[in-house]
Write a protein that binds this ligand. Structure first.
Ligand SMILES: Cc1cc2nc3c(=O)[nH]c(=O)nc-3n(C[C@H](O)[C@H](O)[C@H](O)COP(=O)(O)O)c2cc1C
Ligand code: SF4
Ligand code: SF4
Length: 253
């Protein structure tokens, strides 16, 4: 039987960092989820690691789970990262997996800095370091749990847990359309970083022009990673600080 794999999605590195650490601890390969990614067969471990989007999984993760029918894994875990509240994201993911005949053994959440600068601001550097430190400590406890194949389903604090799935489903639909509002302005220096880094290959540098396609997952990596802060969402992100998980990205602006 194959030992298994961790499938992850990540915009600004928080979830990638967790996936990488868990992979090292459990000796599992780590694979980024693309729209075409599928998993099948029999395996010992199946891990899913991703950021919370509107109190649920990103669309691309939800769609990946819907293709898991027939997969058999002895120990299935979900580790999500979030910025403030994850509501029913773990229960929702457990139910999605169940529909495909996959039983969730372990689900836990790690709080890291919030990257959703369309609505919020990145925390101050001091707060970021505190959040990252606390998040890393929580990840340490999760690593021990996973190494012992512990069974658990964490629950977010009341009242976020009682927010209905409808809110997630409505927002998730909107996220797939919101990518069309991303634009690069004249400060772009055509370095090509956004094109290389977009996890869904949704950006093309055509001559000096940045062209966004229709495969955006609203992960916001392009917005946060551009060295000139040239990429913005409507007029909501101008003059806002950017965030990248410092353990993953060494980019200096
Ligand atoms: C589209 C979008 C929606 C988000 N929704 C939530 C949310 O509902 N609750 C929350 O706590 N954080 C939310 N966040 C913040 C991320 O979940 C959080 O910053 C996460 O750690 C980012 O992980 P990453 O660095 O792997 O992309 C959202 C971020 C994005 C981009
Ligand atoms: S990362 Fe920024 S500067 Fe570089 S090509 Fe993309 S938009 Fe232009
Ligand atoms: S275009 Fe930007 S926000 Fe959309 S998937 Fe690519 S990196 Fe993420």
């Amino acid at each position: 039987m194959e030992r298994g794999r961790i499938y992850y999605f990540s915009g600004t590195g928080n979830s990638y960092y967790c996936a990488k650490k868990i992979g090292e601890k459990l000796h599992l390969k780590v694979e980024g989820i693309r729209r075409e990614t599928e998993a099948a067969g029999e395996m010992e471990y199946l891990g899913l690691v991703f950021p919370v989007y509107a109190l649920g999984p990103p669309n691309i993760v939800r769609d990946f789970i819907r293709k898991l029918e027939g997969l058999e894994a002895s120990y299935v875990f979900v580790v999500l990262t979030y910025g403030g509240a994850y509501g029913r994201a773990l229960e929702y993911t457990r139910d999605l997996l169940k529909k495909e005949g996959v039983d969730l053994s372990y689900g836990a959440a790690v709080r890291y800095p919030d990257n959703y600068i369309i609505a919020f601001k990145v925390p101050s550097l001091e707060k970021q370091m505190k959040l990252i430190g606390d998040g890393d400590r929580k990840l340490g406890r999760i690593l021990k749990d996973l190494a012992g194949n512990k069974k658990l389903l964490e629950r977010d604090k009341i009242p976020m847990r009682y927010i209905p799935n409808m809110i997630y489903e409505y927002s998730a639909k909107r996220f797939r359309k919101m990518g069309k509002n991303l634009k690069a302005d004249d400060s772009c220096i055509s370095c090509g970083l956004c094109e290389r880094e977009c996890p869904t290959k949704n950006i093309v540098l055509a001559g000096k022009k940045i062209v966004f396609g229709v495969r955006c997952e609203l992960c916001l990596r392009c917005v946060h990673i551009c060295p000139k802060n040239s990429i913005n969402y409507k007029n909501r992100t101008q003059n806002k600080k950017r965030y990248l998980n410092p353990r993953v990205y060494m980019v200096k602006k």
